[in-house]
Design a binder for this molecule. Structure first.
Ligand code: ADP
Length: 488
């Protein structure tokens, strides 16, 4: 997903808000929902029974908001202990600024020569190191380490998708290799003690840790694989008592690209967006999010079908997604890959938008071949004009997927045929038994002119009207299974 606001603008907005907010409103701002992650502003050693002990910089999760004013019950993210905290002693965990200089490999200096590496590792200091790309052997890496006043250059050999220095220890990527030699001397002259940071880069590890987004791998228990994404496997797991999903990205270049987009996720919190809990850096990047036990919406609908999922429930899914998108719209963020496969369903049947901030790492023309043709608006496909209104087009397709119980859009048509016919004005028919009001919404989303399409705010209002019509007519359904009026 791409952001159309830059961080400078965000900062000005924040400052402006601080200037005009009336003090009485500040209290209101302080009311945190359960699940909010806070960072301790100072040490708090237990003084009264029931209070939580913590130190400056510790991360605490709010678990109960029904305490007396200014107090919360919280869980310590590291010790797992629970107790009362005073809200004035903590601050909400801040979003990370989107910063291209943030690097998972700040010690990687790119193509520099041996002598250049030596000059960078001055003054000599045991364990000071960097990694460079060899000039003589392009594509090969060299680990350069300062030891006893000299710099030793270790050639990193690549073969069988693995890296090695000594043909004894093998690594998935450079991050993995540096992690190993930072803890073990192995067959090199010294453990790696201090990275020589490339000028202009900031260590992602340091920044993530400072802002409270770096999670502790020792607190994570990985479970079964629950999905396979384009860039890595997804496992379920548990992090300090909470069920989580963990997406693992092993390729260091991809991980670096994902990191930028993950920072976007730190800014977003909404009940209809899959929530980022934090990241773990270990042999690559692990993105930890809330677990959506019922998987993606396409599979959910296909495996249950018409007899189990009522139209009210379908409309509720449609509204959930619309609300998540309305929130993204309000943040001036464009998803670019809105489709039922990227919507996940929680244990209590709430649909949430996922893969925002993750899929569109790069939007260059070279990526054009990868665009999901059946979901992409014509102006985005033909002229790469992505906007909230191109997301609205995709939302129309997603509505069609929902009301056809997970069918593939434009059934039996090839991608070329879809593109040509849609350009010529063709639009899909209504799915079987689709409420006419919902089909009219799809058609509005598929207006050729982006400005004629409604925004997500308008769409939500229209869907709510549909919902009240449909709920009135289907009250009888509300006593059975998934069609019940409550989220089942
Ligand atoms: P892709 O990279 O192809 O967009 P993802 O890596 O995001 O896909 O996810 C692949 C699959 O893993 C999803 O379709 C879903 O079934 C599962 N999955 C991803 N995230 C979660 C989550 N938070 N909770 C439960 N399942 C998930």
């Amino acid at each position: 997903m791409k952001t159309t606001t830059d961080c400078e603008t965000d900062r000005h907005l924040d400052c402006a808000q601080h200037r005009i907010i009336h003090p009485s409103l500040l209290m209101a701002k302080m009311s945190w929902a359960a699940g909010t992650q806070c960072v301790a502003k100072g040490d708090h050693r237990k003084s009264k029974p029931g209070e939580l002990v913590y130190h400056k910089g510790d991360i605490l999760t709010i678990i109960d908001t029904s305490m007396r004013k200014g107090h919360y019950k919280a869980r310590h993210n590291t010790t797992g202990e629970e107790g009362l905290i005073n809200s004035s002693n903590v601050r909400e965990r801040e979003a990370l600024r989107v910063d291209p200089s943030l690097s998972l490999m700040p010690w990687f200096h790119g193509k520099i020569s041996g002598p250049e590496a030596v000059s960078k590792l001055q003054p000599p200091e045991d364990g000071l190191f960097l990694v460079r790309e060899s000039i003589r052997h392009p594509g090969d890496y060299v680990l350069c380490v300062s030891v006893s006043g000299e710099v030793i250059h270790y050639r990193v050999i690549y073969g069988d998708n693995k890296l090695t220095i000594d043909n004894k220890q093998y690594f998935y990527n450079l991050i993995d290799m540096i992690e190993f030699y930072s803890k073990n001397k192995g067959s090199i002259a010294t453990t790696l003690l201090k990275p020589k940071q490339k000028q202009g880069t900031k260590s992602a590890e340091v920044e993530l840790s400072k802002s409270g987004w770096l999670l502790d791998i020792t607190k994570l228990t990985l479970g079964e694989s629950i999905g396979e994404g384009e860039f890595g496997a997804v496992h379920e797991g548990e992090y300090m008592g909470q069920r989580v999903a963990v997406k693992t990205i092993k390729c260091d270049v991809t991980a670096q690209a994902f990191l930028q987009e993950t920072t976007v996720m730190t800014k977003l919190q909404h009940k209809n967006l899959v929530r980022l809990l934090g990241v773990i850096l270990h042999k690559g990047l692990h993105i930890v999010t809330e677990l959506m036990t019922k998987g993606n919406l396409v599979n959910f609908l296909r495996t249950r079908g018409r007899s189990v999922v009522s139209s009210v429930q379908l409309l509720r899914f449609a509204l959930d997604v619309c609300e998540g998108m309305e929130y993204l719209e309000s943040k001036k963020l464009v998803h670019r890959d809105l489709a039922a496969r990227n919507i996940l369903v929680s244990d209590d049947n709430v649909a949430k938008v996922s893969d925002f901030g993750l899929t569109k790492v790069d939007s260059k023309v070279s990526d054009k071949a990868k665009l999901p043709v059946k979901w992409t608006a014509p102006e985005a496909l033909n002229k790469e004009k992505f906007s909230t209104k191109s997301d609205v087009w995709s939302y129309g397709i997603l509505l069609w997927e929902i009301f056809s119980y997970g069918r593939q859009p434009y059934p039996k048509m090839s991608l070329k045929e879809v593109k040509d016919r849609v350009d010529g004005g063709y639009r899909m028919e209504a799915p079987e038994d689709c409420p006419p009001g919902v089909y009219s919404l799809m058609r509005l989303c598929w207006e050729e002119e982006p400005r004629k399409r409604p925004g997500f705010h308008k769409l939500r209002e229209k869907l709510e009207r549909e919902m009240s019509k449909l709920s009135l007519g289907t009250e009888a359904e509300c006593h059975e299974g998934i069609g019940s009026g409550s989220r089942c």
